[in-house]
Design a protein around this ligand. Structure first.
Ligand SMILES: *Cc1c(COP(=O)(O)O)cnc(C)c1O
Length: 345
């Protein structure tokens, strides 16, 4: 039996049809402006999000960091949830690349409200960093794959505007949020200035993300992308996979969400494992659970699970994450539950 790999939704292989689309892509040197597959993707994503322009980049980290570089000056402060990807998983890039600090907000499941934004904005005072940018992550990874309600997002954007802050959406899994909450991507990001979106996550493309924003912003970002070594040549191969993913792999995300919820419900019945957020609050493709001491720590449990044919990833000393995606087998819930049962026996 092949392993069931639930470490992340980044582990997927391109499907046969996606590979065909890649092979058929019209290529050119994109740094010279000649790759029509990249240009097609950039127009498609910009239209999907209702903004003027988009830039295809190698990773979500680069998309977020280009946004920060374009919005902020050195010494500025970014406001973001304390469990944000930009704080935990982008290698200190806001400080290293843009000279920015981040003011972390608290709040359940990676969410916060307008009051928290108002309270975090600094007075314009000679002593203080300049509060410049609000970053909202949707879905929120460390929050449990949680989905921002659109009204709550609009309220935090309005609060940011009152203080002349820009708003960036880290939408690595924005399409998961849209499918889960039934809002359109365009509708959701209407009040945002810039958005990053990943094709290499649940959408199932091998590589790539996009930064989406007004044209002038994207023109500057394109220059910084080149500066950071992200100018790619015949990248239409990759862009074609991303276009294919947007055309064919969005509606199927609902299946990942159903499976995640079902797995969460099964894990909740295993003594010593606490699903958190609880199954009723599993909204997208992720399941997080905490491991009781009797099973050792998260690493030990993941090692036992590996021996039982299932891969998951430790996200803290006691915390484990499982993510649904395109390549899981139909009996993923049954087989994973059985493997967890054996690993905790
Ligand atoms: C994966 C992810 C990113 C970008 O990650 P890369 O691995 O650099 O593509 C950004 N934000 C969130 C919330 C993510 O999950």
């Amino acid at each position: 039996m092949p392993m069931i790999d639930l470490r992340s939704d980044t582990v997927t292989q391109p499907t046969a049809a996606m590979r065909e689309a890649m092979m058929a892509a019209p290529l050119g040197d994109d740094v010279l402006g000649d790759d029509s597959a990249v240009q097609t993707l950039e127009r498609k994503v910009a239209a999907l999000l209702g903004k003027e322009a988009a830039l295809f980049v190698p990773s979500g980290t680069m998309a977020n960091q280009l946004a920060i570089r374009c919005h902020c000056e050195s010494g500025d402060e970014i406001i973001a949830h304390g469990e944000s990807h930009i704080i935990h998983y982008e290698t200190g890039a806001p400080a290293a690349v843009s000279g920015c600090m981040i003011r972390p907000l608290a709040g359940q499941r990676g969410l916060f409200d307008a009051g928290a934004v108002h309270a975090a904005v600094r007075d314009r005072d000679i002593h203080s960093p300049y509060s410049r940018l609000l970053v909202v992550e949707n879905t929120h990874n460390r929050g449990g794959g949680s989905v921002w309600p659109i009204a709550q997002f609009r309220a935090v954007c309005a609060a940011a505007r009152e203080h002349q802050l820009a708003v960036h959406v880290d939408g690595a899994r924005l399409m998961n949020a849209c499918v889960a909450a039934r809002y359109s991507p365009r509708e959701f990001v209407e009040s945002a200035d810039s958005i990053s979106i990943c094709f290499s996550k649940a959408l199932g493309a091998p590589v790539g993300s996009a930064l989406v924003a007004p044209q002038r912003f994207i023109d500057r970002a394109r220059r910084f992308r080149k500066m950071l070594g992200g100018g790619m040549r015949q990248s239409g191969f990759l862009a074609a996979a991303a276009s294919y993913a947007l055309d064919n792999h969005v509606e199927r995300l609902a299946q990942d969400h159903t499976r995640a919820r079902a797995l969460g419900e099964r894990i909740a019945t295993i003594a010593g494992l606490t699903v958190n957020p609880p199954p009723a609050q599993i909204e997208s493709n992720m399941v997080f659970f905490d491991v009781a001491e009797q099973f050792g720590d998260a690493r030990e449990l993941c090692a036992h699970l590996r021996a039982e044919g299932v891969l998951m990833i430790p996200m803290g000393p006691r915390r484990v994450r499982a993510v649904m995606h395109l390549d899981v087998p139909d009996d993923v819930v049954e087989r994973t539950t059985a493997a967890l049962g054996r690993a905790t026996a």
